[in-house]
Design a protein around this ligand. Structure first.
Ligand code: AMP
Ligand code: GLY
Length: 422
């Protein structure tokens, strides 16, 4: 069997390593992959947004199954194009990927189907948005409607800051067309939980919960990033909250998408906040989170391809998806200066005897040497019987990875460990 994974970051590396455990898979191609992924898959120089290139490659190489991992190709309709060419896929069609592709769509969906989320207003012209901000409460959360590399959300502490964000998004177009329309949202408080789920549109199977660390610096300071580390499970996500989420959020969302004629098949990511008034949806993503996948997939005991294939066939209910009782921690090693400006091209070396997994996000291969080639360079994931053990193991392994200008947070898991003591 030949498999193709679209994408080229740490998440895709985690997916590929997990797929490798299936002995029926002879070959895995990564489009485009990266220098680190090249050790586990054949990397092909076709960009994740090049839908024609992806489809042609799949046809020419008689790919049996495709996994489309990043948001961009999903929102652009990569799965539709591959299915039209007769290629079976894991991932939602374009009409379902809109749940991430448009915040206005997802907010309106939640409102229509009574799924708990922050109160909000939608604006398509700057003048009305600015006028609304004359009296709206602060902090206010300003969100660009479309995809913006996770950066299209501004938490404005003051009305002035909110107005500046509106000007930047709607007039200066700092996020391009993504900011043509915006959502202004009520500011919620509480711990955040990421829950990725497998769904075929009939059954929804939540995976083990996780906690992302989005800010660049320790103590949640600094700029928002793509994610500087994760732990799983998330101690704030108790059995009681999990049940509430299943009844009030997960199943209603799957049913809402079906009623809208937008059946979602793939990995649906629920970004949740456990507010004093119960769990609410902060965002939906139409894909595995990055770096959530790097802690969730190593804990998956069931064969990943078997689950993905069942999702594609619409028979997820037949599969018993199991997770290990262990805990996992992923520490992202980035280039100093990320997410703003950073240097590339430093050699990455790893001491022998390192424990855990290295999932490479931004690296290239040159004459057999692995060089840094991105802001987020790699993630080191370790497991443990307790969360504390997983965190300690991850930091022990981080010390065995070396490259120029390496930078990482020292407190991944600290908040989760504190929560566990409460
Ligand atoms: P999003 O891209 O929608 O996940 O937003 C990025 C981050 O902004 C989230 O992980 C939250 O930390 C924060 N955020 C988004 N919406 C809200 C909200 N309504 N209230 C408080 N924080 C929010
Ligand atoms: N880690 C957050 C995301 O993948 O969107």
């Amino acid at each position: 069997m030949k498999i193709m994974v679209v994408g080229g970051g740490g998440r895709e590396h985690a997916i590929i390593k997990k797929l490798r455990e299936n002995k029926d898979i002879e070959e895995i191609y990564a489009l485009p992959g990266n220098g680190g992924i090249a050790r586990d898959a054949k990397c092909v120089d076709i960009g994740a947004k090049d839908i024609d290139g992806i489809v042609n490659f799949a046809k020419e190489n008689k790919i049996d199954f495709a996994v489309v991992a990043p948001d961009d190709p999903l929102v652009l309709g990569a799965v539709d194009a591959l299915n039209d060419a007769g290629i079976k896929c894991f991932g939602p069609e374009k009409k379902a990927a809109i749940i991430e592709g448009s915040k206005i769509f997802s907010k309106n969906l939640m409102k229509k189907y009574n799924i708990p989320t922050a109160e909000y207003r939608v604006f398509s012209d700057a003048e009305s948005a600015l006028k609304y901000m004359d009296t709206a409460p602060v902090p206010a959360v300003i969100k660009a409607d479309g995809l913006a590399l996770g950066k299209g959300v501004i938490i404005a502490e003051t009305r002035e800051a909110a107005k500046k964000a509106i000007h930047e998004m709607m007039e200066d177009k700092v996020f391009g067309e993504s900011g043509t329309n915006i959502v202004i949202e009520e500011f919620l408080t509480g711990p955040e939980v990421s829950v990725l789920s497998f769904t075929d549109g009939k059954t929804v199977v939540p995976m083990v919960s996780s906690m992302d660390h989005k800010r660049a610096k320790d103590n949640d300071e600094g700029l928002n990033t793509g994610g500087m580390g994760t732990v799983a499970p998330n101690p704030y996500y108790t059995a009681e909250i999990a049940k509430e989420c299943m009844d009030k959020i997960f199943i209603p969302t799957i049913e809402a998408m079906n009623k809208e004629g937008r059946t979602f098949k793939g990995c649906l990511y629920f970004g949740l906040m456990i507010t004093p008034n119960g769990p609410k949806v902060i965002e939906y993503n139409c894909r595995f989170g990055d770096p959530e996948a790097q802690v969730v997939l190593p804990l998956l005991k069931t064969d990943l391809f078997t689950v993905m294939n069942a999702v594609a066939d619409g028979r997820l209910s037949e599969i018993n998806v199991e997770f290990s009782d262990e805990k996992a921690c992923c520490v992202i090693m980035a280039s100093e200066g990320y997410p703003v400006k950073y240097e590339k091209g430093y050699e990455i070396t790893v001491d022998s005897g390192i424990e855990g997994d290295i999932f490479v996000a931004g690296a290239s291969l040159k004459d057999g040497r692995l060089l840094t080639n991105g802001g987020r360079v790699l993630g080191v994931t370790c497991k443990g019987k307790s969360l504390g053990e997983a965190v300690d193991n991850a930091y022990k392994s981080v010390k065995k990875v070396h490259f120029g200008n390496a930078f990482y947070r020292r407190d991944i898991g600290a908040r989760a460990l504190k929560a566990g003591e409460d």
